[in-house]
Design a binder for this molecule. Sequence first.
Ligand SMILES: [Zn+2]
Length: 345
Amino acid sequence: MVKDLLVRLSNAHGVSGSEESIGAIVKRELKGCVDEISEDRMGNVIAVRKGGRFRVMLAAHADEIGLMVKSIDEKGFIRFVALGGWYAPTLYNQRVILHGAKGRVVGVLGGKPPHKMDEEERKKGVKIDDMFIDVGACSRDEVTEMGISVGTPVTLDREVASLANGRITGKAFDNRVGVALLIRTMQQVKSPHTIYAVFTVQEEVGLKGAKTSAYTINPDCAIATDVTIPGDHPGIDLKDVPVEMGKGPIITIADASGRGLIASRPMVKWLADTAESEHIPVQFEVGSGGTTDATAIHLERGGIPSTTLSVASRYIHSPVEVVDTGDIENGVRLLVEALKTKPKI
Ligand SMILES: [Zn+2]
């Protein structure tokens, strides 16, 4: 079941630049199913299934958005920077885990109580710079004694819970969903090609691991796996975002209004044709918001034909992301079937 794997990946912690525990799960899952598994100098974990000369790169970013300790004041309150795209009100009053030198420390994100805000402050809303982490300490020395220092990575403290209909909610589904999809694909794929599955680092802070690994691997084509925002709940509209949860994985035609990726047409056709012949439900997206690792990959070397295969996730970049794991299962089926054939690039 992909659900159990996703639960383990989501409950694990790996903010940008500290993806080691996700890499460890990947290595454990893929040991014995691939011909080679290694880690490069950036920290990308690269699993290879050897085949013919045609080389396909699959990429899933292993990192999640989080925080990093910036300073500790004399009273023991911790200031931080945001790693990745946080909306400040999402962070306010959340519980966090600080990954210090002596192990995990629980903290809370505090700020000025709304009861004490004047009208102007309430209207402006809380800012990230107004918040701090409270670990219960009374002094800087006490915090230091806990193993926390400038640079300590911080993640949200939230475990996966089940909703109805096989849907689940948790943190870091962006992008443990893509990681789970790639792990299951590599466990099942039988392809005439050589397949590189790259579990990339530091996507949320600038698509960094994808860039360096695509340069090194120099593949013939690439598919990134990630999550995308569906238009199927209040506050958003299907005419703006015509993709829905539970209706199959999503093939990117373009994202970020074309400023991120304009996908290779033969790559899109390859996945679309596979879905049609194998009767796998899929959706297509022309997005105007964020982008994925495919943006960095397709600009490497002389240009690498690329697209993205996404899974709809509601409320992304929050600790209550929601996915339908059936979409991940269909994503695995699609990649496994597609990789038996070749794109016409
Ligand atoms: Zn992502």
